[in-house]
Ligand binder design. Structure first.
Ligand SMILES: *[C@@H]1O[C@H](CO)[C@@H](O)[C@H](O)[C@H]1NC(C)=O
Length: 344
């Protein structure tokens, strides 16, 4: 299925892959293609924004081409006041995460993680979330984390910070509703601190294969030609909320981060992070496009198929909730050893 909606920058087209699973969207790939080198030059002159945009949230009505969504600020303020009032306070930030050069690309892997998930992060650092260079792409992981009450565990996180410096942590409390604050604070931090080419956003319980993402991003320049309009009807028949990103992961071109952040400074903070991101995308006129090639329903293990997968959220035979650290290590070992796969 394909949806594509125009952005004001008409040269760019953005592709989003969305999968639906039991009426919950698991994954999206947002992807943007550069049409000509002028755009690349423009990006090189981009600097992080220095002047702070004031946060002035208010009632908003959003139109996605099919439906109007009314977000009544007073209601959100009443029901989720801390979400509307929270000012992002960074406790720790990764070093050397940002920056781009003319000859190389930077891809940040921004991974939502709970402070308590030590074993997941441990497995990720040995598998897909290690800093590395693939062709001309510099890949850098960053774990997005909030805080917990448990002082012992927080101290353990601090040790992790000094060892790996790949953690971006804020002082708000971890909770399901507060995940939207991770979206908001991440956009804010990126806008003021970071210029990169691409950001992959995902969870710490998936399988991601960075070489496949690089291959995918290198192939994108032609894809904008096949963009076309289609309504994601099946989304609305089951759910009255807009197009969402969730679970599995998605890729955002770095150049779109400031406009998504500006949208976040005026929109009420919605308590479901994937829906919240969907609203931000509408407000920012970001083009979303569905596609395929993203294994958000899960994928039966096959080393060659996994080498061509950008992300796999579940391994079919296993339980439905993400991939355990042990399974990830096991699968990763087999995937990197596998050679002689057919090119896809
Ligand atoms: C979200 O974080 C804020 C700030 O730390 C906290 O006051 C609030 O209780 C958290 N929300 C939930 C539902 O835990």
């Amino acid at each position: 299925m394909v949806i594509c909606y125009e952005q004001t920058m008409n040269k760019h087209c953005l592709k989003v892959m969305v999968c639906l699973s039991f009426n919950i969207l698991l994954s999206i790939v947002l992807y943007w293609s550069l049409e000509d080198n002028d755009d690349i030059k423009k990006m090189n002159t981009l600097k992080p924004t220095n002047t702070e945009s004031p946060i002035q949230r208010d009632t908003q009505s959003l139109y996605d081409g099919k439906y109007v969504y009314l977000l009544d600020f007073e209601k959100y303020k009443e029901e989720f006041p801390h979400l509307q009032d929270y000012k992002c306070k960074v406790i720790t930030e990764p070093k050397e995460l940002c920056g781009r050069t003319k000859s190389s690309m930077t891809l940040i892997l921004a991974i939502k993680s709970h402070p308590d998930s030590f074993d997941r992060r441990h497995a990720l650092r040995q598998t897909w979330a290690q800093p590395q260079v693939i062709e001309n792409f510099h890949i850098k992981p960053a774990f997005l984390m909030a805080s917990i009450e448990n002082k012992i565990k927080m101290a353990k996180v601090e040790k992790e910070v000094s060892q790996y410096q790949d953690i971006l942590q804020w002082d708000f409390t971890e909770s399901h509703a507060n995940l939207s604050l991770k979206e908001f604070c991440f956009l804010e931090w990126m806008t003021y601190n970071c210029v990169v080419d691409f950001v992959f956003k995902g969870d710490d319980d998936g399988f991601v294969y960075p070489p496949a993402i690089v291959k995918y991003l290198k192939r994108t320049p032609n894809v904008h030609q096949v963009c076309s309009w289609k309504s994601p009807q099946h989304l609305y028949s089951m759910n009255v909320l807009p197009t969402f990103v969730s679970g599995g992961g998605f890729i955002i071109p770095g150049i779109l981060i400031p406009s998504l952040y500006r949208a976040a400074t005026v929109l009420p903070v919605f308590p479901l992070d994937d829906v919240y991101f969907g609203f931000l995308a509408i407000k920012a006129n970001v083009i979303l496009k569905h596609g395929h090639g993203f294994y958000c329903f899960g994928l039966k293990f096959d080393a060659c198929k996994y080498r061509n997968a950008l992300i796999v959220h579940n391994i079919i035979e296993n339980s439905a909730k993400g991939i355990s650290p042990r399974t990830l290590l096991n699968v990763w070992g087999k995937v990197i050893k596998q050679k002689n796969c057919k090119e896809v």
